[in-house]
Design a protein around this ligand. Structure first.
Ligand code: PSV
Ligand code: MN
Ligand code: MN
Length: 426
């Protein structure tokens, strides 16, 4: 392990005075306003976001893939990278695997490595959007929606196999994202492909262990450009309801058409107890998978405002599964993921600062101006010292990114793994 608690503690020494100064100022200002600062720090500490195995390698654009060196070439190395991020941030306590990219040679070994780094297994992700070498039936024209019974059956079986593997590892959920759709009008019969998808999901659901959840992702377009079978939250919600109580909708921030009111979708799903999971990223145009909070931080805050409200007021909704779903082709993925975690924790902490009582009162009085003021008051608070405190208390770095650079982690990984290692994945 390149980083241990002692290393981090010694780097923290350089930042401690600054941190204390900033923390005291922020905490005192908030306490004066009646905020329970300790509770906010505790909630931020408890908030753990999974890192997907495919986010540790350099993702491609449609036109090229540029390595950034020292990429994790094996599942063990991907897990170790998440371990590094978690050691520094104390907020990435889980990894999400994608099958068949991440099939372990020895599940027990992988399990104990993961545990030794303080990580858990988040949702398993199936892959029926690519044909694998030697695969018998092609997914070129769809998988769970396919009108080719053989391809459809093969895709169902793959999902069942992923559940079985997840059981060995100790995962508790399966996320299904389907590329299934069409690029040209007339290519698919909408009703047939939807019905096939529904039937397939029901067969997968029937194999789900009692304590597991099924997450159904939606996406309006891409890779196909005319229609996607599970195109929106309504379709996902309907399919989840058809499957049963262990099936939920999963919201991926990048899977919406521009200007969609995602916070309202969140509120609706939580009211109905069907928001199962969340994939964080940011985008300008579509499924851009950019660093969380890099384009629309205020939207992220508004989404968290609904998540916080939902977590406090909707016991019918289980605690959602959190994951970053990003792709990196310019920045070092580990740096990018740390920036994303900071943005997530920051939006969460700000949402926790919203004076819910005052907001309800202002809403009742139809004081629209005050409603906005209350949200802005929370959003404009600099919560970074609170996030630093949450990390320090758990043995993380006051400044994870700076510590990562000062420790020269990337170059150490290049020494260890070589320059041209390559991750399996997108
Ligand atoms: C494709 O859009 C995608 O980004 C989905 O969001 C999935 O969650 C991910 O790939 C992995 O399959
Ligand atoms: Mn996703
Ligand atoms: Mn996506």
């Amino acid at each position: 392990m390149i980083i241990d608690k002692e290393n981090i503690a010694s780097h923290n020494q350089n930042n401690l005075d600054q941190h204390n100064l900033r923390f005291d100022f922020t905490a005192n200002s908030l306490i004066q306003k009646g905020v329970d600062v300790d509770t906010i720090i505790k909630k931020v500490s408890d908030f753990q976001v999974a890192i997907p195995s495919w986010a540790l390698g350099a993702g491609g654009t449609r036109f090229g893939r540029f390595s950034y060196y020292g990429e994790p070439g094996t599942l063990e190395q991907k897990i170790e990278d998440v371990g590094l991020i978690h050691a520094l941030t104390q907020s990435a306590g889980a990894i999400s695997l994608h099958i068949p990219w991440d099939v372990p040679e020895d599940a027990e070994k992988i399990k104990s490595l993961t545990k030794s780094l303080g990580l858990q297994f988040d949702a398993m992700n199936s892959n029926t959007f690519q044909d694998q070498p030697n695969q018998e039936h092609s997914y070129k024209y769809g998988s769970l929606c396919s009108t080719d019974d053989n391809a459809r059956q093969q895709a169902i079986q793959h999902n069942i196999d992923v559940i079985k593997l997840g059981e060995q590892l100790g995962s508790k959920s399966l996320t299904v994202w389907l590329a299934d759709g069409s690029s040209f009008p007339g290519q698919n019969n909408f009703q047939t492909v939807l019905k096939n998808t529904q039937d397939s999901l029901k067969q997968i659901y029937a194999e789900l262990p009692e304590d597991w959840k099924l997450f159904i992702e939606y996406k309006p377009y891409e890779p196909y450009f005319y229609s996607t079978v599970i195109q929106d939250w309504g379709t996902s919600f309907m399919l989840a309801n058809e499957c049963g109580p262990k099936a939920y909708t999963l919201v991926d921030l990048g899977h919406h058409l521009p200007n969609t009111n995602i916070e309202q979708i969140v509120a609706t799903l939580m009211l109905k107890g069907k928001l199962g999971g969340f994939h964080f990223n940011d985008s300008k145009y579509g499924d851009d998978d950019l660093t969380v909070g890099s384009i629309k931080p205020y939207s992220l805050f508004l989404i968290f405002n609904e998540l916080v409200y939902g977590m406090e007021n909707n016991p019918q909704n289980p605690y959602p599964a959190w994951m970053i779903d990003a792709s990196h082709n310019l920045k070092d993925p580990m740096e990018d993921l740390m920036q994303s975690l900071e943005a997530i924790n920051s939006a969460y902490a700000k949402a926790l600062l919203v004076d819910q009582k005052a907001l309800r009162e202002a809403q009742r009085n139809h004081d629209v101006t005050l409603c906005q003021e209350i949200l802005q008051e929370a959003y404009l608070t600099d919560v970074r010292p609170l996030l630093e405190k949450a990390r320090v208390l758990n043995g993380g770095a006051i400044n994870p990114l700076q510590t990562y650079r000062q420790m020269d982690v990337r170059n150490k990984l290049v020494d260890e793994r070589g320059k041209h290692s390559m991750a399996t994945g997108l």
